[in-house]
Design a protein around this ligand. Structure first.
Ligand code: ZN
Ligand code: MN
Length: 134
């Protein structure tokens, strides 16, 4: 009972950390933020809790391949921009094109439940610093 309560408190704190940032952090980043408060916490537990919260629909996972999995405290559908120079992930303030699902359904004859869109390029910061080179 005691450990159960502790676990749900960890999960609550984890959710708070995720909702408190717009950086779409990795599990490692979240782990580093919680380590002080929960000295016995392991990275594996953070992963397990993140997956649990994802399965409950409270957060979303942005999988870009195993080296670049990010988590988002905003579970609602929205688009992202990934800077290929600094690796930061940003929200893109565009309405989600729900008609795209129907179009894909028609094109493929499949049942489409959702879609994800990621834009790639260079963020404002990198544009300022980088000048003209790629
Ligand atoms: Zn950048
Ligand atoms: Mn986001």
């Amino acid at each position: 009972m005691k450990t159960l309560r502790k676990h749900s408190r960890q999960r609550e704190e984890l959710l708070k950390v995720l909702r408190g940032t717009k950086s779409h952090p990795t599990a490692g980043w979240v782990f580093a933020r919680l380590k002080n408060k929960f000295p016995r916490l392991s990275l594996g537990t953070v992963y397990r809790n993140l997956n649990l919260l994802r399965d409950e629909g409270k957060v979303q996972e942005l999988a870009f391949g195993s080296t670049f999995d990010r988590f988002d405290g905003n579970p609602l559908p929205h688009y992202h921009f990934i800077c290929e120079k600094c690796g930061r992930v940003f929200d893109i303030n565009l309405p989600v094109e729900n008609t795209l699902n129907k179009k894909a359904e028609k094109a493929a004859g499949f049942k489409v439940d959702r879609h994800r869109v990621e834009f790639f390029g260079r963020c404002r910061n990198c544009l300022i610093k980088g000048g003209g080179e790629n």
